[in-house]
Design a protein around this ligand. Sequence first.
Ligand code: NAD
Length: 349
Amino acid sequence: MAVFQHPEFDHHESVSYFHDERSGLRALIAVHNTNLGKGLGGCRMWPYASEDEALTDVLRLSRGMTYKAALAGLPQGGGKSVIIGDPRKDKTPELMRAMGRAVDRLNGSYVVAEDSGTNVADIRLMAEVTRHVGGLADERAQAEGRTGDPSPATALGVFIGIQAAVRYRFQRDDLRGLRVAVQGLGNVGYRLCKHLHEAGAQLWVTDLYAPAVERCVQEFGAKPVAMDQIMALDVDVFAPCALGAILDDASIPQLRARIVAGAANNQLARPQHDRALMERGILYAPDYCINAGGIIDIFYEGPGYDWATVEAHLRRIGTTLTAIFERSKAEGRPTGAIADRMAEERFRR
Ligand code: NAD
């Protein structure tokens, strides 16, 4: 499990292992790149089968954060942490404080936020022992009813991204009558449907959880679709907002949408599926660009939070996507590869 020879190692600045005997903490923190600012990234708690699995995850995810922050135009770098353990069984306040102390030892090169397996309450426990935390709503925010949940910003960012993709592909600003299939109606998917409905789009929706589908049918007049049919619908836009790795050898030939633009992380099963989409004439909005609303919101969270400022920054997701689409066309290279190149141009100065 050598780090420097690891396939996911990519010039990470630091990879640290932390153990705390009393709480049983076993955690890794990777800081990928801090050229643009502190390495921000969530803390994932997961019952990894092996230390190698945890290392693979923390290396890959921290690198992804550098690219995402750079492309979102934030003065931030990329980092990530993982706690080896089952969040439902192994989580204790003492474990979270021990994690906070681990974060603190890195003196701010890593800033921790929520991720799968951790929540706002956990980050608050960490904040008792370190000030290097992100995405925590302060008292004023709580009084205003904000919890620090980034989903509303993510959903608006995806909506803005869809507008940009539609403008580029169909040369139209008006979304009235646009046919959109949304996969996954959770925190982001539901809010995205609301924006699309208000803009006059027609919706086809699916989710594992039947009440989530019913709510969109009732509120937005969406048409329910079986889970295995959503990707083959004859629509203009397919918006994946559930799982990752859904664009693969089997699904790409079935797609009839001309645009793929949604919130899900890691939509491409493998990097080359980017090219497969381009060859089918499908405009793909790179996932980490279009779903950056959450990290943008987290950046502004804290004293002086102002939604108008966040919204203005979210609009830049549309500008960046348009630049990616234009450059992809000019260079004949897929949009995902162009997004990576543009991010690298920003952080590898
Ligand atoms: P969520 O858990 O609230 O919602 C996901 C929804 O997808 C759930 O309703 C679930 O039932 C449904 N689902 C799961 N498997 C499905 C399947 N096979 N077919 C159809 N539906 C299925 O999650 P979320 O916060 O809305 O995030 C959605 C996606 O966006 C995730 O991939 C997440 O990583 C990504 N993302 C979220 C944010 C954010 O701010 N919440 C930010 C960036 C990226």
